[in-house]
Design a protein around this ligand. Structure first.
Ligand code: NDP
Length: 283
């Protein structure tokens, strides 16, 4: 067990730095007479989604983007939504489009996301953007894993030749995370719900990224001494508190560096969305 406290990787600090960098580039574009438009599409009025949508809109406005939210009723048809997406694709004043997920059950999420103009897909979920990422030449990269890479870079965590274990293989977090780490010359293992003996994989990991959605699943005893632990999980417990997928208390006795939840990866997601919107406008 490590006697030293781990380095706490603060997403709040890195998000602030990322937003400051983005703001400088935005100011330069605005000074040249360019405008940057972001449209968030929200279907229904789910309270949790509304919080995220409002935060994104507020942050975008603060940066100087023209930020709009297209709110459609819960029972809007998929066809009507696709027509709205076509209109946003054709609108030169809109550089970034974000469809707030999850969509209502009557919609086919893949069909909806596939309809976005890949150049405006600031979430990086379109198959063209996933394909470019898998070839190592992505520009619109999913915000959460890209934000994790920004954090690792900020804290100068060495990646080349390290063994990274990513737990989770979703298109939003786990899979692109693994691709980005591999691009940075990590040797990557991807674990998922059918992985047998997760603990044996984690015991060999220099870097662990947890993106599972199970509160405090990963225990400190499973980790290698000195591992760098990135906890992407955001889980709300019955008492209303938020925790990650890693048991922070036991993991911080072993890790050399660890992200807290909240205040770790979370703030990076919105900051990276703003960065992606700027990149879409610059393209
Ligand atoms: P998904 O539910 O889409 O994916 C979860 C992944 O975990 C799947 O690949 C699943 O495997 C795997 N998994 C499930 N159970 C186990 C298990 N027992 N052992 C190993 N792997 C398992 O979730 P997301 O990727 O969207 O999100 C993951 C977490 O990250 C959630 O807590 C979410 O709230 C959080 N999140 C945080 C964000 C942030 O801004 N910080 C942004 C996005 C997500 P399989 O593929 O086999 O089903």
């Amino acid at each position: 067990m490590s006697e030293q406290s781990p380095l706490i990787l603060s997403g709040k600090t890195v998000a602030k730095a990322t937003l400051m960098r983005t703001r400088q580039e935005v100011q330069a574009m605005l000074a040249q007479g360019h405008e940057i438009g972001l449209c968030v599409v929200q279907i229904g009025r789910c309270a949790a989604s509304s919080i995220y949508v409002n935060r994104k809109e507020a942050r975008a406005k603060k940066l100087g983007f023209i930020s709009t939210t297209l709110r459609l009723p819960e029972d809007v048809s998929e066809e009507a939504l696709l027509e709205q997406i076509d209109a946003l694709n054709a609108n030169d004043g809109v550089h970034g489009i974000l469809i707030q997920l999850p969509l209502p059950k009557h919609m086919n999420e893949q069909r909806v996301l596939d309809r976005l103009d890949p150049k405006k897909d600031v979430d990086g979920f379109h198959p063209i953007n996933s394909g470019l990422l898998s070839q190592g030449r992505g520009t619109l990269i999913p915000c959460t894993p890209k934000g994790v890479m920004t954090m690792l870079e900020h804290y100068e965590i060495a990646l080349s030749g390290k063994h990274a274990v990513v737990v989770g293989r979703s298109n939003i977090v786990g899979r692109p995370m693994a691709q980005l780490l591999e691009k940075s010359n990590c040797t990557v293992t991807i674990c998922h719900s059918r992985t047998t003996n997760l603990e044996a994989h984690l015991a060999m990991a220099d870097i662990v990224v947890a993106a599972v959605g199970i509160p405090k699943m990963i225990q400190g005893e499973w980790l290698k001494e000195g591992a760098v632990v990135i906890d992407v999980g955001i889980n709300r417990l019955e008492d209303g508190t938020i925790c990650g997928d890693v048991d922070f208390e036991s993991a911080s006795k072993v890790a050399s560096a660890i992200t807290p939840v909240p205040g770790g990866v979370g703030p990076m997601t919105i900051a990276t969305l703003m960065e992606n919107t700027l990149r879409a406008a610059q393209a």
